[in-house]
Write a protein of this length. Structure first.
Length: 189
């Protein structure tokens, strides 16, 4: 089992955690990272610029048909679901909100599980909805690797707490452990 893609989903309270993870990611990761954050739809969002200023790797907002490259980070744009067309290409979808969100973490996690099977890693961060739990279950069903932010460290603990209730034996990570967890996956590829 290897890691071909790593996903990070989050909502309220997760940007500060991302700003702790991104500076410590290895520049030579042999897989891309995709971040799905609940956020308001603004015509000119600069969230990817904020994330990139602290990141050790390139961060870009995904567009329809974006080609994935290893060692780069892709941010789901506001107001679109992010899907995987295949192992190398992203697609954007403006269909109905899922769990009151677009982008939906569940939609992206489930799409990755379908395309990458057991070669998916995923991390669910702080947030105030249940989005992400079903997606984690799909990844687990395909023998992917999953973890959540320890709810005790989350600014908004509801999202990781819901995952913990659904998956009692899931790996809990402190924010300071997350980059190391991701970096170690390069030895599983």
């Amino acid at each position: 089992m290897g890691t071909d893609i790593f996903l990070i989903g989050g909502s309220a309270g997760s940007i500060l955690v991302l700003l702790q993870i991104l500076p410590h990611l290895d520049k030579d990761l042999p897989f891309p990272i995709v971040i799905i954050l609940h956020r308001k739809a603004f015509p000119q969002s600069s969230l990817h610029i904020l994330l990139e200023t602290s990141a050790a790797i390139s961060v870009q907002e995904a567009e329809d048909k974006t080609e994935l490259e290893n060692g780069k980070c892709y941010l789901a744009p506001a107001n679109y679901h992010l899907l995987f067309e295949n192992k190398k290409s992203l697609a954007l979808d403006a269909s109905e909100k899922v769990n009151f969100s677009r982008p939906s973490i569940d939609v992206t996690f489930e799409s990755a599980a379908r395309i990458f099977k057991n070669n998916v890693g995923a991390l669910l961060l702080s947030g105030g909805s249940q989005d992400g739990v079903e997606g984690l279950l799909h990844i687990i069903q395909n023998q992917g690797i999953v973890a959540i932010q320890d709810p005790n460290t989350a600014e908004v603990s509801y999202m990781p707490q819901q995952a913990l209730q659904a998956i009692p034996d899931i790996r809990l990570l402190q924010p300071g452990e997350m980059a190391t967890f991701i970096n170690k996956l390069k030895y599983n590829t």
